[in-house]
Write a protein that binds this ligand. Structure first.
Ligand SMILES: C[S@@+](CC[C@H](N)C(=O)[O-])C[C@H]1O[C@@H](n2cnc3c(N)ncnc32)[C@H](O)[C@@H]1O
Length: 264
């Protein structure tokens, strides 16, 4: 693997590279593998969660491109690329699809060459920004990459559990300027199947690694869609959202709720 121009600290595990390891990707180092294996040993379903989440993103993107004519995608909290990435799914349906990726982790920019490799007819761009504080929709790169005549898919996949405070306002602010008929695609880690104690331990584990996390109940996750028209089957465990095959896991193992909704 290449490390790009910045000095990456490869001796310390990084959550984004660990996530790539769970997904079966190749952008991790030995320290990431060891830390990820430790987590797998204590929390064996973490791989299932990561894969179910990613597969939900693929199905939701495909559905919006194929059935709803969406050509413009704004993906916030992109993570390290793992194929197929969102633009590959969208452009396989519609080669002119345009995608902007956004993440605030400086590590991700090291891998963006993969995110830029799309069809000749389509466009992709990457923006290093914090979704909580930066005016993403106003950014010239976002304005220039997406077209604003049709619906935009706002993709917040496995992101908002990293936004403990102000998450509902954030979603409202992001959706507000988007045209009517735009879509919200969202998945979120849940506390629904955990005891209070398990939730506390889980949140503290991440906080101890410097990442603030809030696991939310199913009702709290469903509330992100208030005022929008949910596509069937509504807010469900991620692997039950229009599955390609009969779901093979318990909802508790997947540990994420997900949904797609249209802005009226
Ligand atoms: C679990 S990964 C999800 C990656 C991808 N969306 C997926 O579902 O496969 C969450 C990503 O969100 C990013 N992230 C977390 N908080 C963020 C923020 N405030 N602004 C931008 N990105 C953020 C992290 O850096 C990480 O890459």
């Amino acid at each position: 693997m290449t490390t790009g121009s910045r000095d990456l600290d490869t001796g310390r595990p990084h959550s984004a590279r660990m996530y790539d390891y769970y997904l079966g990707g190749k952008d991790w180092f030995e320290a990431d593998r060891q830390a990820a294996e430790y987590v797998v040993e204590h929390h064996p379903s973490v791989r299932t969660m990561a894969r179910a989440n990613r597969a939900f993103m693929h199905r939701a993107t495909r559905t919006l491109a194929r059935e709803h004519g969406v050509r413009d995608f704004l993906d916030l909290g992109t993570g390290i690329p793992t194929e197929p990435n969102l633009h590959q799914v969208a452009q396989a349906e519609e080669p002119t699809a345009r995608v902007v990726y956004v993440d605030n982790d400086p590590l991700v920019v090291e891998y963006t060459d993969v995110l830029m490799r799309g069809t000749d007819e389509g466009r992709t761009a990457y923006l290093e920004a914090d979704v909580r504080t930066d005016e993403i929709l106003e950014h010239p790169r976002v304005r220039a990459t997406l077209e604003w005549g049709g619906p935009v898919a706002l993709s917040l996949v496995a992101l908002l559990h990293f936004v403990p405070d102000g998450a509902y306002d954030l979603v409202r602010r992001l959706l507000e300027p988007l045209p009517s008929g735009s879509f919200l695609v969202l998945s979120h880690s849940t506390r629904e199947f955990l005891t209070e104690e398990e939730t506390r331990i889980g949140e503290e584990f991440y906080r101890g690694k410097g990442t603030d996390v809030r696991l939310r109940s199913r009702a709290e996750i469903a509330a992100f869609f208030d005022g929008l028209d949910l596509l069937a089957p509504g807010v469900v465990a991620a692997h039950r959202w229009r599955p390609d095959a009969e779901p093979a896991h318990d909802d508790a193992e997947v540990g994420l709720f997900a949904g797609v909704a249209r802005k009226p």
